[in-house]
Design a protein around this ligand. Structure first.
Ligand code: GLN
Length: 276
């Protein structure tokens, strides 16, 4: 049953996300900037993360799932949000041109570990299972898994989720934690917003999702609320291929610069108002 659901969702992911189906195998990135590529800098290491090398100019490819406001979402034809701005600031620090690849959340780790993308920024929580496949940068945000319910719900805290129908976004930490809730029945959606809509329609009893997108989704869908008590606390970081220590170091240095200069706070403040 669970497998069937997952494959259904994966099919949906392919329908909605061309990138997830491997149909644009890096052929779309042509731009004048490729002149900055070093054809072969003579580096001895096995740095094959991106064809243009992840150093000295060139393109820095960010993998994301732009369904996660305020961290990444579509605005007109553009992908914007905290992660998009952080990635842009990092690219500037590195003297590179940022390119964003939108894909299913579930595909990001593979895209990074296989070298299809240089780094994954997707409000991605540092998680030991993921660390088997990718390295994480220093963390740049703290987050929490929260519970969304209908305003008149009898569910008032995490303990009340026992035996309930819970909606999550496929492959997220919400999905992982909700699996441990006793007798709970999980409904996995490709987008957090779809889970929230299912809740609004009374198809499920609660949604477990990250706190900031939860606030956005609840503000856009009437009759819902976020419970005060979070399920977990977690931290976001940037995923980088295990064999690309050079990029990891550069990204950490860039992040430290952005933290010290106040630029990181500035980016967060642009998308999250302080009065909450
Ligand atoms: N923070 C959660 C995770 O890493 C959700 C991220 C997301 O949905 N973009 O799994």
């Amino acid at each position: 049953m669970k497998k069937k659901l997952i494959s259904l969702v994966l099919i949906a992911a392919c329908v909605f996300s061309m990138a997830a189906c491997g149909s644009d195998n890096g052929t779309t990135g042509e731009s004048g900037d490729t002149a900055g590529q070093t054809s072969d800098a003579g580096e001895s290491d096995a740095e094959d993360a991106s064809e243009d090398g992840s150093s000295e100019g060139g393109t820095l490819i960010m993998a994301t799932n732009a369904e996660f406001p305020p961290y990444e979402y579509h605005d007109g034809g553009e992908i914007v949000g905290i992660d998009a701005d952080i990635a842009q600031a990092i690219a500037e620090e590195l003297g590179m041109t940022l390119e964003i690849e939108d894909m299913a959340f579930d595909s990001i780790i593979t895209a990074v570990s296989s070298g299809k993308a240089d780094m994954g920024l997707a409000g991605m929580t540092v998680d030991p299972d993921r660390q088997k496949n990718v390295n994480f940068s220093d963390t740049y945000a703290t987050a929490a898994q929260v519970i969304i319910v209908k305003e008149d719900s009898a569910i008032v805290g995490p303990d009340d989720l026992v035996g309930k129908k819970i909606g999550v976004q496929l492959g997220t930490t919400g999905d992982i934690y909700a699996e441990d809730i006793e007798d709970a029945e999980l409904e996995r959606y490709n987008k957090g917003m779809e889970a929230v809509q299912a809740l609004q329609q009374g198809k499920i009893d609660a949604v477990v999702i990250d706190g900031e997108p939860a606030k956005v989704f609840v503000s856009e869908n009437e009759g819902l609320k976020v419970l005060d008590e979070p399920l977990t606390e977690e931290e976001y970081a940037i995923a980088i291929a295990k064999d690309n220590d050079e990029l990891l170091e550069k990204v950490n240095t860039a992040l430290a610069t952005l933290k010290d200069s106040g630029k990181l706070d500035e980016i967060v403040a642009k998308y999250i108002s302080a009065d909450e």
